[in-house]
Design a protein around this ligand. Structure first.
Ligand code: NAI
Ligand code: MG
Length: 394
């Protein structure tokens, strides 16, 4: 039976790139029904809720979704743009994508960063003599998506019971000089259950797709309780996979190494913030936002989204010129998730062929010309890029 996929284009270029990904899915012979769901800025302004209940109901029913991008603005600014009849009703803006991750407990975030040969945006390195090397990056980052430093358990001027409890910690004594009102605290929370889930997901993936290493990228020597817990669980789980090496890096050193030897890494697992940081770093090596895709996977629901946002600067271009590849690779992750790996690989190969040929490039795919001092922007529209990929699928 055909799958039903919930589509949430959202705002700005989300509305442009999501239909392009569906065109590619169809051209690859993937048959599904698509049902549109409302999300984003428009619904905040009109209804005071960027994530309407009817959208949550659709996700609960169908479990599988493609998401474009949304526009988010700070709370104060958001309040002003609310429809006049909704003003002063107590609506508070929140990010609907963060809301979705929390509501559906989408705790596993997967971000592959893979070099497409010939992409003019690829990381290059000076080799011996005058040679230039183009290392092939093939990294998949597993980022814990619901805990860590991003949980929002924080205070400025903490309540007395929190303050007093903290003050019983010997290391807090050195902060006793600060007025309580001037003390800001953000907590970093790891649970054993969810830390183990993300570490296991990383090893299972490495095992399934033949990666030789899993790197726990944290800072266990300094952040002993939380990073330390992830590393300890890493060691436990690694014992079940003797053919996969367990590497342990610190986030700071990892950022340095990824600018020197990014091709050495395979699967990387990290908590919420360090996973966020390291995945942006690797994404930059393989072309940046036009190529970065991601998945948010929970026990029941999975939502696939490109890393980029709504790029308001580009939403009014007609025809549109943004790069649809990030969204198309995002759709491939969805195919992988439901076991349609052949179709996903076929699409990725078509993308690789178009990039390697270098004839069709969107504006972000800058290229050096001649003496290397002239930078040439790609001139293809979003539609032309999609068409070129579809042409390769035939
Ligand atoms: P952005 O990712 O929307 O765009 C930044 C710049 O990256 C663009 O101006 C453009 O030059 C380039 N870019 C992004 N996607 C591209 C594509 N597919 N092809 C070619 N170039 C591309 O980030 P920005 O400008 O910081 O945020 C804009 C809005 O998007 C904000 O309201 C922000 O809150 C929201 N946002 C939403 C996200 C989401 O929906 N998950 C993630 C990041 C930002
Ligand atoms: Mg980020």
């Amino acid at each position: 039976s055909k799958r039903t996929i919930v589509t949430m284009p959202g705002d700005g270029i989300g509305k442009t790139v999501l239909p392009e990904a569906i065109r590619v899915l169809e051209a690859a012979g993937f048959e599904a029904d698509y049902v549109h769901a409302d999300i984003g800025w428009e619904f905040w302004c009109k209804e005071g809720n960027p994530l309407p209940q009817r959208t949550i109901d659709l996700l609960e029913k169908h479990k599988l979704a493609l998401f474009g991008a949304i526009t988010s603005k700070p709370k104060a600014e958001a309040a002003k743009e609310l429809a006049p009849e909704l003003q002063d009703k107590g609506y508070v803006y929140y990010s609907p994508i963060v809301g979705l991750r929390q509501h559906f407990d989408l705790d596993i975030c997967m971000r592959p960063c893979k070099t497409f040969k010939g992409n003019p945006l690829n990381f290059i390195r000076r080799g011996p003599g005058d040679t230039i090397e183009e290392p092939e990056v093939d990294v998949v980052i597993f980022r814990q998506n619901t805990e860590g430093l991003y949980v929002g358990v924080e205070w400025t001027n903490p309540p007395d019971e929190v303050y007093n409890a903290l003050m019983t910690h010997p290391k807090m004594k050195k902060f006793a000089w600060s007025p309580k009102e001037e003390l800001a605290i953000s907590t970093r929370i790891f649970t054993k259950k969810y830390t183990e889930r993300i570490v296991r997901a990383a090893f299972e993936y490495a095992d399934k797709f033949g990666y030789k290493s899993v790197t726990v990228c944290e800072k266990p020597n300094v952040i002993r309780e939380t990073s330390g817990m992830m590393l300890a669980i890493g060691k436990e789980v690694a014992a079940e996979y003797p053919h996969i090496q367990l590497w342990n890096t610190n986030i700071d050193a990892q950022m340095m190494w990824l600018t020197k030897n990014p091709e050495d890494y395979g699967v990387i697992v990290a908590g919420n913030m360090f996973g966020d940081i390291v995945s942006d770093g690797f994404a930059g090596l393989v072309g940046g936002l036009g190529f970065a895709c991601s998945a948010n996977i929970g026990k029941e629901v999975a939502i696939f989204e490109p890393t980029h946002g709504s790029a308001p600067k580009y939403e009014t271009f007609d025809p549109p010129i943004v790069n649809p590849i990030a969204m198309i690779l995002t759709a491939c992750m969805m195919l992988d998730h439901i076991g349609e790996n052949d179709k996903a690989n076929k699409i990725r190969q078509a993308v690789a062929d178009v990039i390697a040929e270098g004839k069709v490039r969107t504006y972000d795919m800058l290229k050096m010309r001649g003496s290397q001092d002239v930078i040439e922007k790609g001139a293809a529209t979003t539609y032309q890029m999609t068409d070129a990929i579809i042409e390769k699928l035939k």
